[in-house]
Design a protein. Structure first.
Length: 367
């Protein structure tokens, strides 16, 4: 007897449930759903929601929850030979009640006819909820190309990919060394909004320009209004990747200690390290005594694109910010119309209880 080793993915916001039959050997080894490299599940579902294909388990979980998708399998334990659906016998179904009792599931889908057969036999009599059968993403379903699968999944799931119509979202973009967990503090400040942190991978402007539009594209497709809260480098990357693009019309932006002139910042770092442009151009990368690494490609990418930003913006600046001169903030405010608030004795990194309380009041006052 083989017991299903992977817990379900869901939360209280889940709206649709997608069920497979039972994890393949590859999935059981990987410890997560659809682990066979030839299974097209993640590629197809990412296309349905207009996002990049998630890679790690953490990215997949975040992707599912962001799009309000619950994921599990019909079978909880069975006798099975390898990954052969045809060999399945002595089935015990999973208790889907743990999902139905926690989330307002609007529709149930099964991935392929095998999942449908076991759902109809073991689950339907208990729940009374019909499941819609999606064409299988398994490599065994070779008659369906990835393009054809994507088109059909989009058609069948189309009514359930805009479940946030009329709602507002707040997206937090952390600074260098920050984390998505910092977004949790915003939940009580934006009580009637969905709040989430963007766990981006980009470490350079061009990488941000490739990554940010895909993520925020999915957010804007699901929400009527989107507010941006961005910290330090996260503010720069957001402006670099999204500024001047009509598709990303934020309701408002809150920038905390934003880097608004990256070129000037890099030039200060070069001067401090005694590195000339000629030397950096020749070597490409130079490590500094402070631990930072200077990159010629980085400063080139900064120079090749001027920042455009016409979103109503509030800026919070610390009086003792060691990284960004106040004059650069004022210049940015003159150009964009941003409203600047300065915290006396504040720092670039708002982290003490006093600083965080000041930040909370600043957000509430500027909402």
């Amino acid at each position: 007897m083989t017991v299903h080793p992977i817990p379900p993915v869901f939360d209280s916001d889940s709206k649709i449930l997608i069920l497979g039959s039972f994890p393949s050997v590859k999935s059981r080894e990987a410890g997560f759903f659809y682990g066979h490299p030839q299974n097209r599940f993640w590629k197809v579902l990412a296309a349905v929601f207009g996002e990049n294909v998630p890679d790690s388990v953490g990215e997949k979980v975040a992707f599912l929850k962001r799009n309000r998708v619950a994921l599990w399998d019909v079978i909880g334990s069975c006798e099975i030979e390898g990954s052969s659906d045809a060999s399945i016998k002595n089935v015990t179904p999973n208790d889907l009640g743990v999902i139905f009792s926690a989330a307002d599931i609007k529709a149930v889908f099964v991935n392929g006819k095998t999942a449908q057969r076991y759902y109809d036999r073991y689950v339907l009599p208990v729940t009374g909820r019909e499941a819609v059968c999606l064409p299988s993403t398994s490599p065994a379903n070779a008659a369906w190309s990835t393009e054809r699968l994507t088109a059909e999944w989009k058609r069948m799931l189309g009514g359930f990919t805009g479940l946030n119509h009329g709602k507002s979202a707040v997206v937090y973009v952390h600074g260098q060394g920050g984390s998505v967990g910092e977004a949790d503090r915003l939940e009580r400040l934006f009580e009637n909004c969905d709040v989430e942190g963007f766990d981006y991978r980009a470490s350079a402007p061009r990488e941000a320009a490739a990554e940010f539009p895909a993520y925020f594209g999915s957010i804007f497709r699901k929400y009527d209004k989107v507010t941006l809260v961005a910290n330090s480098l996260g503010a720069f990357f957001s402006m670099y990747a999204l500024g001047g693009t009509p598709a990303f019309r934020f309701e408002k932006a809150f920038f905390i200690s934003p880097v608004v002139d990256m070129e000037a910042l890099i030039l200060r770092m070069m001067k401090s390290a005694g590195v000339s442009e000629e030397a950096l151009r020749e070597k490409g990368r130079i490590a500094t005594d402070s631990g930072a690494e200077l990159s010629w490609d980085y400063i080139k990418s900064v120079r090749e694109k001027s920042l455009e930003w016409d979103v109503p913006t509030a800026v919070l600046y610390g009086e003792n910010d060691f990284l960004v001169p106040y004059g650069e903030i004022l210049k940015f405010a003159d150009k964009t119309g941003a409203i600047v608030t300065v915290m006396k004795n504040g720092e670039h990194w708002f982290h003490t209880e006093e600083q965080l309380a000041f930040m909370d009041r600043w957000i509430l006052d500027n909402k």
